[in-house]
Design a protein around this ligand. Structure first.
Ligand code: NAP
Length: 309
């Protein structure tokens, strides 16, 4: 684990004033991509739970008030969806109450907060991609706690940003692709839900688009809610299939040829409900920045072929 808390020196770009960016959740999958993205052009202050523990409010104010920063990206969360279903108090503490305290302190400092949220705030009943204008309807404790966190952060300052992500993968920490490839090398037959639809999202791409959203070309200073993900929604079965196809082409000893279709109901270990469809539209982001997210398959190939951006 990288040492946290000490500011990483930045390289000052000509005609650009570097910002001081605190990243809470710096050891997570997205947190590592954010560090890699911002550390060259800004002064980055990586924060882990040993310094700011969202579950323990007493650790928040003294540590954040002592720091000097312009922007805080709140990527930390209790992300284990089924664990949250059983440990509701912990989920609300980490995903909602802690972020409320963080946002309150940042508002006093005049620092913007970017709260990273989730596609799970939707119930999945919509037949096509969710926009930022669609009503939310969380169907799990994790989703409800994240939704509460969104509200708290936006209540603290209307300058703040809520950015909803989905199905994250990337070089910082193993995710679904690593899990399904390992399973396909061990087992001779596999199934995955064929009805569940979403947008796989590559953490370095998300970090790049967040950079554009936050800093833009000098004129963009976004606030409010945005959806960010790679393009081309797919089913879970299709995602798994493409992962093993690329892995095989890369030389992994994959034993499974075709992943069979199952349903979410058949997964007995799921304590929490998941939205059947959580595909998100990035139209709002595209209109503001002029950037079109690339397809997830391209990003996945880059990731698995060991050529991360
Ligand atoms: N992963 C996905 O597919 C997905 C999808 C949609 C949205 N999101 C959202 O995207 C964000 C980043 O996800 P991720 O995949 O990078 O998550 P992750 O890898 O699980 O990282 C979460 C980070 O939060 C930290 N954390 C957990 N409890 C904490 C606490 N009490 N106090 C302080 N820090 C704490 C963890 O610290 P340790 O390293 O010490 O455990 C970890 O570094 C989250 O807000 C999540 O809700 C993720």
């Amino acid at each position: 684990m990288m040492p946290l808390d000490s500011p990483i020196s930045s390289r000052r770009l000509p005609e650009e004033v570097p910002k001081r960016i605190a990243i809470l959740g710096a050891n997570g999958r997205l947190g590592k991509a954010l560090l890699a993205r911002f550390r060259n052009e800004h002064t980055v202050i990586p924060l882990g739970r040993e310094t700011v523990d969202l579950a323990h409010p007493a650790s928040i104010a003294p540590n954040l008030e002592a720091l000097d920063f312009d922007l805080l990206i709140l990527s930390a969360a209790l992300t284990a969806v089924d664990h949250c279903e059983t440990f509701e108090d912990e989920a609300y503490a980490v995903n909602a109450e802690g972020p409320r305290e963080v946002a309150r302190i940042c508002a006093k400092k005049g620092a913007k907060v970017v709260y990273i949220s989730t596609d799970f705030v939707f119930d999945g009943a919509k037949p096509d991609a969710y926009t930022e204008e669609d009503p939310v309807h969380p169907i799990s404790v994790y989703a409800a706690s994240k939704r509460k966190g969104e509200d708290y952060v936006m209540e603290a300052s209307e300058e703040n940003l809520v950015v909803r992500l989905s199905w994250l993968f990337g070089p910082g920490k193993p995710a679904f692709p690593e899990w399904i490839i390992a399973k396909a090398c061990r087992e001779a037959a596999l199934t995955l839900p064929a009805e569940k639809i979403g947008c796989p999202s590559y953490a370095p791409d998300i970090a790049m688009w967040l950079d554009a959203l936050i800093f833009g070309t000098g004129s963009v200073d976004a606030s409010g809610v945005f959806h960010l993900c790679n393009s081309d929604p797919c089913t879970w079965q299709e995602w798994g299939q493409y992962c093993i196809d690329v892995a095989r082409a890369c030389g992994h000893p994959v034993r499974v040829d075709q992943i069979g279709a199952s349903t979410m109901d058949s997964i007995e270990t799921f304590a929490a409900k998941r939205p059947v469809n959580s595909a998100m539209s990035t139209g709002k982001f595209q209109r503001l920045t002029g950037i079109t997210p690339r397809p997830w398959k391209e990003a996945l190939r880059e990731h698995l072929e060991g050529n991360p951006k």
